[in-house]
Design a protein around this ligand. Structure first.
Ligand code: MG
Length: 234
């Protein structure tokens, strides 16, 4: 590939989509259900009472962006066992339904110019389960996830995680990357990395006092307007 041109065709840009609380609404309260399971895990594995478990869970979440990161760093917890007890134990089948509007939005992405790619801090099992239930698993060309089997956990907003996502998706320049995420922390990180970022803040969700990036949207349909060049013309 020379100057982003492969086989005479310019390389496609990549559109990275966060999954949780982004491809489905925060109102599903999956995060809350997950939090409960995480609290239970902290209680049973670290021998903490409910209050201390919740406190430590919140602290690790704030410090590392992922509760599991703190568990691995400080308590030598096996992330894959944790994943089985938390993410894989969520009754997602009862909660997540196919979303035709979302599917249409993804179908309208101009695939001759854009490669849609999943980008999550969850493990790959969870990522695949969610997009399957939303019936959009065929809309993406790949997934970059937090590898719970790795020696050291790497997750957004660590710049190395953005680098990994670009490598896996085959993006040459950070300016060639689009990204949507509901986490202000992740959006700030991606913007600092040079990506074109939209922060999803659903109605009823508190927005950060200072905008995380150039674009703040209330629903994914707004991507059609702010990143219109990524979609087929009507
Ligand atoms: Mg999210």
């Amino acid at each position: 590939m020379i100057n982003g041109v492969a086989n005479g065709q310019p390389a496609r840009k990549v559109f990275f989509f966060d999954i949780d609380n982004c491809l489905y609404s925060k109102s599903y309260k999956i995060h809350e259900r997950m939090s409960e399971l995480i609290d239970n895990y902290f209680q049973s594995h670290l021998g903490l009472d409910k209050e201390d478990a919740t406190m430590l869970h919140q602290r690790y979440y704030k410090d590392y962006g992922l509760a599991i990161e703190g568990l691995v760093r400080h308590h030598k917890v096996d992330p894959l066992e944790y994943n089985a007890k938390v993410d894989d134990a969520l009754p997602l089948e009862d909660i997540i339904e196919p979303n035709p509007d979302l599917r249409k939005l993804l179908e309208d992405i101009d695939r001759s110019k854009i490669k849609p790619w999943l980008f999550t801090n969850a493990y790959v099992n969870h990522a695949k389960r969610v997009v399957k239930l939303l019936q959009i698993e065929d809309m993406f060309e790949g997934v970059t996830f937090c590898d719970y089997g790795a020696e050291k956990l790497l997750c957004k907003p660590d710049p190395k995680m953005f680098e990994k996502a670009m490598q896996e998706a085959g993006a040459a320049h950070s300016g060639d990357c689009y990204f949507v995420d509901d986490s202000a922390l992740n959006c700030r990180g991606a913007k600092a990395f040079g990506w074109n970022v939209a922060h999803l803040v659903e109605p009823g969700v508190k927005a950060p006092p200072e905008r995380a990036c150039d674009h703040q949207i209330a629903n994914l349909a707004e991507l059609r307007t702010i990143f219109s060049e990524a979609f087929k013309s009507p």
